[in-house]
Write a protein of this length. Structure first.
Ligand SMILES: *[C@@H]1O[C@H](CO)[C@@H](O)[C@H](O)[C@H]1NC(C)=O
Ligand SMILES: *[C@@H]1O[C@H](CO)[C@@H](O)[C@H](O)[C@H]1NC(C)=O
Ligand SMILES: *[C@@H]1O[C@H](CO)[C@@H](O)[C@H](O)[C@H]1NC(C)=O
Ligand SMILES: *[C@@H]1O[C@H](CO)[C@@H](O)[C@H](O)[C@H]1NC(C)=O
Length: 302
């Protein structure tokens, strides 16, 4: 009797399991049929990511800290770009709006990556930056709380306007996205106008501040060599633990920017994910009282 009950129970459990798998299968098939494009494109993005892992393995980069850069000859562009950067962060008469960046610089928590060309449209240049970011992520936890990766370009060969730098910067992020070794995370919208959008690379959310030689009024965004200060967003989460904390940090940045710059702070400087704001307008601030709109509705566009 017991054996019969047991065997019935087994049969029941077995068919239940099959049924469940079957239902899952049906759901999956329905899913694929309802949005075949979405499904195929996610497969494609995943295969591109794994191809990128292999490709980036072959790219060589060197991340340098302050002590190493300070050994460069004073007549190299790297050393000169680094010295100018230090002057911008530690100006005697003004406080650089990102006090964490200055603190990180003074405490040798910044990593520097020197690109070989100002041509950010070149895929090989983007590959070096991509590998640099991956390497930086590996070591960032040991670099202190105010760490950033400072990506610097050689002295400009041609003069570019702020708008040209803006376009160049976004096309560079678009290229980085193509080289990403990880798929775009599901919980971050791809729509660059969305309040919850932020740049992701190597499955890490990031903030980027761009400094260019063309900025003349927003001095906190000026540098003689275009440079990009890359910060993983999880660092902010450690620094700003409450809403109040974040709001006061935004206020501090705005006040310091008002003192540092020749024009008023950009209305786009805002805390992450506030309604009506988006990070895509904060990475590159224009040199006038105007919003810089990201030219890509999504970095996934071809
Ligand atoms: C980071 O910078 C802030 C602001 O200057 C400072 O208060 C803090 O001590 C720094 N943290 C570390 C770990 O250096
Ligand atoms: C920059 O790189 C792109 C892609 O390799 C190339 O087509 C373009 O001619 C380069 N521009 C300059 C100014 O070298
Ligand atoms: C992207 O987000 C913005 C802001 O939320 C919204 O107005 C726009 O319609 C969105 N675009 C798409 C294609 O969903
Ligand atoms: C900047 O532009 C905004 C919107 O166009 C305007 O409301 C504001 O008064 C301007 N600020 C300055 C300082 O020109």
């Amino acid at each position: 009797m017991e054996i019969i009950i047991l065997s019935h129970l087994c049969t029941f459990l077995f068919s239940f399991a099959i049924c469940k798998t079957y239902r899952q299968l049906v759901r999956k098939v329905e899913d694929v049929l309802s949005k075949p494009y979405g499904y195929l494109s996610s497969l494609w993005v995943a295969s591109r990511a794994s191809a990128n892992v292999k490709m980036l393995k072959a790219v060589h980069v060197e991340l340098l800290d302050r002590q190493v850069v300070e050994k460069y000859d004073t007549d190299t562009w790297q050393r000169q770009a680094y010295e100018s950067f230090g002057t911008i962060l530690c100006a005697r008469d003004r406080t650089f709006p990102c006090i964490y960046g200055t603190k990180g610089y003074k405490a040798n928590q910044l990593d520097f990556l020197f690109l070989e060309s100002t041509n950010l449209s070149d895929m090989d240049v983007a590959k070096v930056a991509a590998k640099g970011i991956v390497e930086y992520h590996k070591g960032a936890s040991t670099r202190g709380r105010n760490t950033s990766l400072v990506i610097m370009t050689p002295p400009p060969i041609v003069e570019r306007s702020v708008d040209e730098y803006h376009k160049l910067f976004w096309s560079f992020l678009w290229r980085l996205r193509k080289l990403d070794p990880k798929p775009w995370p599901e919980h971050v919208p791809e729509n660059t106008s969305d309040a919850h959008w932020c740049f992701n690379f190597d499955d890490t959310q990031a903030f980027i501040a761009v400094l260019t030689p063309a900025h003349q009024q927003r001095l906190s965004r000026y540098a003689p060599n275009m440079c990009m200060i890359y910060q993983p967003r999880y660092l902010f989460d450690v620094l700003f633990t409450s809403e109040k904390n974040r709001a006061s940090a935004t206020k501090t940045v705005r006040n310091l920017a008002d003192k540092y710059d020749l024009i008023r702070h950009s209305p786009d400087i805002s805390d992450y994910a506030l309604t009506g704001s988006t990070e895509s307008r904060q990475y590159f601030l224009l040199d006038e009282n105007e919003t810089a709109h990201c030219p890509y509705p999504s970095l996934e566009v071809e």
